[in-house]
Design a protein around this ligand. Structure first.
Ligand SMILES: O=P(O)(O)OC[C@H]1O[C@H](OP(=O)(O)OP(=O)(O)O)[C@H](O)[C@@H]1O
Length: 150
């Protein structure tokens, strides 16, 4: 589930009277751009336009410019968000029970069509473990990973 859009880092420059182009990678619900427009308006920009790489037609907001229209909803993994997306999918997969690395790789391919190498997934697993979100266990001499018990 996606978190609610919010302004985390207010602008530190004066944009009053300026023409502003807001650029994002994608519109999904449209909430991010709606919020951004409201925020930029509150700073008295004179004109506002919006642009995204990919616009999903389910979005309640239609940007002024987009590179591609996505009609059939799908999750899009951008190179700059691959790590974050993989970590999220991996955690969700582990919610179904403890799994070893090769099974996690299999599930990522099966459920999400993702090709992931062992080195890449191990780095993510170790990071999630360091953040205490998952933990390593050993079952019958097999190393498995599971969501950390609270
Ligand atoms: O139209 P919306 O439903 O608002 O979705 C679009 C937003 O979602 C993604 O960001 P994400 O929520 O992953 O936040 P982040 O870029 O801060 O990680 C994306 O980069 C857009 O900013």
């Amino acid at each position: 589930m996606k978190a609610e859009a919010r302004i985390r880092f207010p602008l530190s420059v004066d944009i009053s009277g300026k023409k502003v182009l807001i650029v994002d990678d994608v519109t999904d619900t449209g909430d991010t751009l709606k919020l951004s427009i409201g925020y930029v308006q509150s700073l008295n920009a004179s004109e506002i336009r919006t642009a995204v790489l990919q616009h999903k037609t389910c979005s309640s907001f239609v940007p002024d410019f987009y590179g591609q229209k996505i009609i059939r909803w799908r999750w899009i993994i951008y190179p700059w968000a691959r790590y974050e997306d993989l970590a999220g999918f991996t955690k969700r997969i582990l919610e179904d029970g403890a799994l070893d690395v090769s099974r996690i790789i299999y599930e990522l391919k099966d459920r999400h069509g993702l090709e992931v190498g062992e080195k890449e997934i191990l780095e993510i697993l170790h990071d999630l473990a360091e953040r205490k979100e998952i933990e390593k266990t050993e079952v019958d001499n097999l190393v498995k990973w599971q969501v950390r018990m609270k």
